[in-house]
Design a protein around this ligand. Structure first.
Ligand code: COA
Length: 533
């Protein structure tokens, strides 16, 4: 192994250790004490329930585990995991979305980030046409922040609006209630296609005992007001009664066992492993984020047989090949690739080639993978006169209208309009994965510091107040720190700007899963708006 490769490997392994630590913090809020408290209530940590719910010997693909860190709500710095576990697993052979409250985080109440995570998971279910299981155990709205979580679209009410519409589309919504479901939260039980409640653990009511006493004078226990027995035997608001969590999970599996099997809407070829040694991507990716990369060697670590059938490989060398296009297969699934290469700056030729390739893949109805490592489109008079604006816009249009499943993987950097053209979050890719090398911001810290400094200097000059060299340096350092901090995968992951920060070693498995889930719905016909030529 060369010295450079060794250096890269050590660097990225260390970076991914930091990711492991962050994930561990999200998975064990409150530590052993919180687990003991659950046990006293007759409950297991929610991920244990999920493991029992999915098919034996299969993986749970957990989304956005590091959501909620550093969100800085009034009096609360972190909401580990957003207080919610979401992800995809196979139940009775079918991919299913699981959305589960983690009652160790402020009784599983809903903060703005919890809602965002809940909505994102429901959006994936709806778009991919898969069923959803809710494991409900929540104190409902986080009351001190009601104004930010209650009334708006994409806030509390939207959870139930989504349940209703998805059910109308034929997608099953199953709720396993294993804790409090109060006020609005009660609809999690009552809106489900079928719901399972657990004796003496699950409660569901529009107003809890204290509110009932205040409003009507009636004194009643939670169990008698809206426990499992009440709702399965008297009100009919829930459908299945279980004695404990294990029995309830098996009940949900039984219900979903009667669902028809899912089908893939693409031909799947035989799977083949990459031909390069496992983990070689750690050596290939430079530790410096703005250093040029060799995308061919990265694709070799992801593709079946390490085979990349490149489209227009000879076109405009040094400019056209800052994006490479072509086909690969991942675990037998055919995929069209649009991937940054070298320093990743997008020239006119690269933008035109990428647009052409997106349109071709849409015609062929094969899904698209965008691998984003671009600091932006080329600037300057030569590029402007050649039409970088209109060709960049064509690329954005093609990305926006492409009717095939689209997935973005950020290997970094990820700046400016290249974020748009390479299918960033605003372009609603079916899934968006970041890595520890990703840096997502409007421009790099260094560029932003330069631009902002020139504005600041102009302002000060107008007031007759010139900046000293030290002041300039201090200003620059502060801006670089701010921009680089906000571009970091932890910052973006905490705010759900991606669906997960992947380790390099996880990329192939996660892409295979995500494309498979995205291909469960038939692909429609291509339609693009008005390109400029
Ligand atoms: N808003 C804000 N904080 C809440 C909350 C809410 N709706 N529900 C619970 N919490 C907080 C508690 O204050 C406590 O905070 P702390 O750890 O800083 O002391 C933490 O979450 C754990 O709550 P606790 O009551 O100790 O948990 P529990 O497991 O004993 O009981 C509930 C869980 C959900 C049954 C109970 O907390 C409850 O009834 N909450 C209110 C439910 C409600 O009326 N919601 C209406 C919202 S629409």
């Amino acid at each position: 192994m060369s010295e450079e490769s060794e250096k890269n490997r050590t660097f990225w392994k260390n970076e991914e250790k930091k990711l492991d630590e962050q994930i561990k913090l999200a998975m064990w809020p409150g530590g052993a004490k919180a687990v003991e408290r659950l046990a006293e209530q007759g409950k297991r940590p929610v991920r244990e329930l999920i493991n029992q719910l999915i098919d034996p010997d299969t993986l749970f693909f957990e989304l956005s585990t590091i959501a909620g860190f550093g969100v800085e709500y009034p009096g609360i710095k972190d909401v580990p995991g957003g207080g919610l576990v979401t992800g995809l697993g196979k139940i009775q052979g079918n991919w299913t979305m699981i959305i589960a409250n983690d009652s160790r985080v402020k009784a599983g109440t809903y903060f703005p980030i919890t809602l965002k995570k809940h909505m994102r998971a429901q959006a994936i279910s709806e778009r991919c046409g898969i069923n959803t299981v809710y494991i409900a155990d929540s104190g409902g709205a986080y009351l001190p922040m009601q104004a930010e979580i209650f009334p708006d679209d994409q806030q509390f009410g939207s959870m139930f609006y989504n349940m209703a519409r998805m059910s109308a589309m034929g997608l099953k919504q199953i709720t396993l209630s294993t804790g409090g479901n109060t006020a609005g939260g009660a609809y999690m039980v009552f809106m489900a296609c079928q719901s399972v409640m657990i004796d003496k653990l699950a409660y569901s009511f529009l107003g809890g005992p204290p509110l009932v006493q205040m409003a009507t004078g009636e004194v009643i226990s939670a169990e008698d007001l809206g426990g499992a027995d009440v709702h399965t035997r008297i009100s009919g608001g829930a459908d299945h009664y279980s004695l404990n969590q294990s029995e309830a999970v098996e009940h949900v599996r039984e219900i979903l066992g009667l669902e028809p099997p899912q089908k893939l809407h693409i031909h799947r070829y035989a799977e083949a492993s990459p031909r390069v040694p496992d983990g070689s991507i750690y050596e290939t990716l430079p530790a410096t984020i703005h250093q040029a990369i060799n995308m061919h060697s990265i694709l070799a670590t992801i593709a079946d047989d390490s085979l990349f059938s490149e489209y227009k490989s000879n076109y405009a060398p040094g400019r056209g090949d800052n994006i490479i296009t072509g086909k690969i297969r991942i675990k037998g699934l055919p995929i069209g690739v649009i991937a940054s290469n070298s320093v990743g700056i997008i020239f006119v030729e690269a933008a035109r080639k990428a647009t052409e390739w997106i349109v071709r893949c849409c015609q062929e109805k094969i899904p698209l993978l965008f691998i984003q490592c671009s600091p932006g489109y080329m600037v300057g008079s030569e590029s402007e006169h050649m039409g970088i604006g209109k060709y960049g816009a064509n690329m954005v249009r093609a990305v926006s209208c492409a009717q095939v499943p689209r997935i973005q993987l950020v290997l970094g950097p990820d700046n400016g309009a290249a974020n748009y053209g390479m299918c960033g979050r605003a372009y609603r890719p079916h899934f968006l994965f970041d890595t520890m090398r990703g840096r997502t911001s409007v421009m790099s810290g260094r560029s932003a510091a330069g631009v902002l400094l020139s504005i600041e200097e102009r302002k000060r000059r107008a007031n007759g107040n010139l900046m000293s060299e030290e002041e300039k340096q201090e200003f620059r350092d502060k801006m670089i720190e701010k921009y680089d901090g906000e571009a970091h995968p932890f910052y973006c992951g905490a705010r759900l700007l991606n669906d997960r920060v992947l380790k390099f070693s996880e990329i192939r498995d996660w892409l295979a899963m995500a494309f498979e889930v995205s291909l469960l719905k038939p692909i429609g016909e291509p339609a693009f708006g008005n390109f400029r030529f």
